[in-house]
Design a protein around this ligand. Sequence first.
Ligand code: 5GP
Length: 115
Amino acid sequence: MTSQETIFSKIIRREIPADIVYEDDLALAFRDINPQAPVHILVIPKQPIAKLADAESEDHKLMGHLLLTVKRVAEEAGLSNGYRVVINNGNDGGQTVDHLHLHILGGRFMKWPPG
Ligand code: 5GP
């Protein structure tokens, strides 16, 4: 299922500003506007999949690409001491923007379990 128009669609189209740190044909990465760690970057597909639960089997290459993009962006952000990757899915997952996004959180120790 594809998502409705979201703020992230506007960021992809450069209609609203964002601190973009990486872009290719399939993915975009930009700094979170409300960072929860010294480094907080969002990696999104340009294809507007609303949430992880809506990804289809034919999206498997894109989903793999997003994870490898996380690795690349984290390296470029200097997170050599580790980082956390989070996907909030749906209401109970705390998702607030209905366009799939992978949070990269780093620059401090991440506690477990999350709240
Ligand atoms: P979620 O809660 O859906 O997993 O994460 C959505 C994230 O998007 C939040 O961390 C929020 O701060 C971020 N966000 C929401 N609107 C904007 C925006 O306009 N620009 C940027 N850079 N981040 C945003």
